[in-house]
Design a protein around this ligand. Structure first.
Ligand SMILES: Cc1cc2nc3c(=O)[nH]c(=O)nc-3n(C[C@H](O)[C@H](O)[C@H](O)COP(=O)(O)OP(=O)(O)OC[C@H]3O[C@@H](n4cnc5c(N)ncnc54)[C@H](O)[C@@H]3O)c2cc1C
Length: 401
């Protein structure tokens, strides 16, 4: 076992939540180490396309946003965490802008779309590469500051120590121990591993394997709703190169609808995710689905109803991917079927992102409660930013105490 030094705050994971925590902890005066399993760029956050929610519309408010979250969760979300999420959303967006994220604008304001389960237009976007833009800005901010990057450090154990915690990592073919006054767990969910076990497709990055949740549970942390996994209603089903691709939900926000084999609309295409996914499963079950050329089940997503202008502004990456694969979604409908996408539950946290273990914080997909058992799209990048900032600040304060 090789000693790997010590930090005030050790952040595990370099997605949006870990980067937000690392930047915030550093700005709060802490010496920060940012450890991640492979490269700093490797994460689910960078794959997020659709956008990030915040109540900026004239007919909207953080309270209405909170009502939408609670209703979509079927009242299973933690109201205190939801209030924190939605009330801090506008300031989180401004913080991201200060770090260099340029949200798409139209008519003098943000271009806002209505996403599944929402009663207002509230989804900000950076084209359809929102997660890429957010992680890039956060990463560049962290890289410009004195914090230490620890790539290819895979956490394997977390133990209490005299002045905080000792973390053990696999680093190439040796084990390294790092001490920290406080630890922020930001290692994401487990849907890649879960899909492999079930023999299904997933939208997730291969690093989404969930072992850090298990490590935290072994150290004594509490969890909630860990069994509640979310299907993205619109996984790509054909061609093969698009299988498991998450077709942005903004396709439906900009007019695409779900159709069965007879060309009938069988559900509210802008319903909450669980309802839309279930409607697709049911439609296929009752023999009204379609089969892809390689025999997979699916239904149609009629993307021909999206205007070329909206698609050009808000779906350029999706168009490029499909057209590159020989299908033009503006001229023909595309095959779709739900795919494993998101871990709704996770480690129990409070409003300061503190887990039930003293000195251990959690933010992003690894944490539970904020979405209850069913997350709305666009609230995960928001959760990463709001609770990542909070985790970083609280961990820095804790390490100083
Ligand atoms: C294709 C796709 C599209 C999406 N679209 C949207 C969207 O439009 N809007 C939205 O709000 N949300 C969206 N989501 C969900 C959202 O992007 C993620 O839930 C969120 O970004 C997760 O961020 P995170 O920081 O918690 O975890 P991640 O971004 O997954 O980062 C986890 C980090 O932890 C590291 N890690 C894992 N295990 C270990 C270990 N043992 N040791 C050290 N490091 C480890 C990983 O390598 C990675 O760097 C999308 C997700 C996907 C997959």
């Amino acid at each position: 076992m090789r000693p790997g030094g010590s930090f005030d705050v050790l952040v595990i994971g370099s997605g949006a939540s870990g980067l937000a925590a690392a930047v915030s902890a550093e700005r709060a005066g802490a010496r920060v180490g940012l450890a991640t399993k492979t490269t700093l760029q490797a994460c689910n956050s960078a794959k997020a396309q659709g956008g990030i929610q915040a109540a900026f519309g004239e007919d909207d408010s953080p309270e209405i946003h909170a009502e939408d979250v609670l209703r979509s969760s079927h009242e299973t979300a933690d109201p205190a965490l939801v209030r924190t999420l939605t009330s801090e959303a506008p300031s989180a967006i401004h913080w991201l802008e200060e770090l260099g994220v340029e949200f798409t604008r139209s008519n003098g304001g943000y271009r806002l779309a209505r996403c599944g389960g929402a009663t207002r237009q509230r989804l900000l976007q950076v084209g359809d590469r929102t997660g890429h833009a957010i992680t890039k800005a956060l990463r560049q901010t962290f890289e410009a500051e004195p914090g230490v990057e620890l790539p290819h450090h895979a956490l394997t154990e977390l133990r209490p120590a005299e002045n905080g915690w000792t973390a053990t990592f696999d680093v190439k073919d040796e084990q390294v121990q790092i001490d920290a006054g406080a630890v922020v767990l930001a290692a994401g969910g487990r849907c890649f591993a879960e899909a492999e076990t079930r023999g299904e497709l997933s939208t997730n990055h291969p690093n989404a394997t969930g072992e850090v949740t298990r490590i935290a549970l072994e150290a004594g942390a509490e969890s909630c709703d860990l069994d509640a996994l979310q299907y993205h209603p619109n996984g790509g089903a054909w061609p093969t190169t698009m299988q498991g691709y998450s077709i942005p939900e903004t396709t439906r926000a900009y007019g695409a609808v779900l159709l069965n084999a007879d060309g009938e609309e069988f559900t509210d295409s802008l319903g909450p995710r669980d309802a839309v996914s279930q409607a697709i499963f049911d439609e296929v079950e009752r023999g009204k689905g379609v089969l892809t050329p390689d025999g997979r089940p699916g239904v149609w997503l009629d993307t021909t109803r999206i205007s070329a202008e909206d698609a050009g502004i808000s779906l350029p990456y999706m168009l490029r991917r499909y057209r590159g694969a020989g299908i033009d979604p503006l001229s023909e409908p595309i095959y779709t079927y739900p795919v494993l996408h998101y871990q709704n539950g996770g480690l129990v946290i409070d409003e300061h992102a503190s887990t039930t273990l003293e000195g251990v914080y959690a933010c992003g997909e690894i944490a539970g409660g904020t979405h209850g058992r069913n997350r709305m799209m666009g609230n995960s990048l928001l959760e990463c930013t709001v609770f990542g900032r909070r985790a970083g600040r609280a961990a820095a304060e804790r390490a100083r105490a």
